[in-house]
Design a protein around this ligand. Structure first.
Ligand code: AMP
Length: 219
């Protein structure tokens, strides 16, 4: 079993791939945004700070983020491997994460950079519908990701909605910011020999490619 860091622009299919891998192999599926959302409701000062930053759409302070990730990957469900989505976001977090792994005697595993042509990002995000209840995503422009019943989640029957920040302008801004920040992260992991670029056009092909990489790394 391997730990996996998933790097990809929004709309590249990170969530879908993480779901497939965790269902198939039992990896813990960790979305940093979700870890934050869970931690903002426990009534502590830390929770208040997280809520303030999240509501402004800014990155939550460094120390809090690191404490949360350390707590999360120390849970028993991560012992056999986990998939990280949304962390690390920049080089400072990547450096700090390295130290945490060392303290916990864990391995970095592999870093998968999912790549897709830019025009596909817009199509995917514009067609994306998210379940209000469980967060599962669908796409009304893709046969493989259509819900069985229009507007209703297959898993929990929750209502599907379109995110308010999935407008073309907001998407463009997010995409630009993403590429700006992650280039450094990609170089950083490339130099360490743990980075793999995987095209994310078709979920089945992407999954097969990632499985191949994981197989090569099973020591
Ligand atoms: P996401 O669900 O990935 O869009 O993240 C939602 C929010 O959670 C972000 O706007 C940040 O406030 C916070 N967040 C998620 N990941 C991180 C991270 N690695 N570092 C700091 N804040 C984060």
């Amino acid at each position: 079993m391997k730990n996996i860091i998933l790097l990809a622009v929004q709309g590249a299919g990170k969530g879908s791939l993480a779901r497939v891998l965790s269902d198939k192999y039992g990896y813990a599926n960790i979305s940093m945004g979700e870890v934050m959302r869970n931690a903002r409701n426990d009534g502590t000062q830390r929770a208040k700070t997280i809520a303030e930053y999240q509501d402004r759409g800014e990155l939550v302070p460094f120390d809090i983020t690191l404490d949360l990730i350390k707590e999360r990957i120390s849970q028993p469900d991560c012992e056999n491997g986990y998939i990280l989505d949304g962390f690390p976001r920049d080089l400072a977090q990547a450096e700090a994460y390295k130290k945490i792994l060392k303290d916990l005697n864990k391995d970095i595993g592999v870093v998968i950079n999912l790549t897709i042509p830019e025009e596909l990002i817009y199509q995917r995000l514009a067609g994306r519908r998210t379940c209000k209840n469980c967060g599962k995503t669908y796409n009304i422009y893709s046969e493989k990701f259509l819900p069985k019943q229009e507007g209703v989640c297959d898993v929990c029957h929750g209502e599907l909605y379109q995110r308010s920040d999935d407008t073309e302008e907001a998407i463009k801004k997010r995409v630009e910011t993403y590429f700006h920040v992650t280039t450094a992260l990609i170089d950083y992991y490339k130099k360490q020999g743990v980075l793999y670029e995987v095209p994310s056009i078709d979920i089945d092909e992407t999954t097969a490619e990632v499985e191949k990489i994981l197989g090569e790394h099973n020591d």
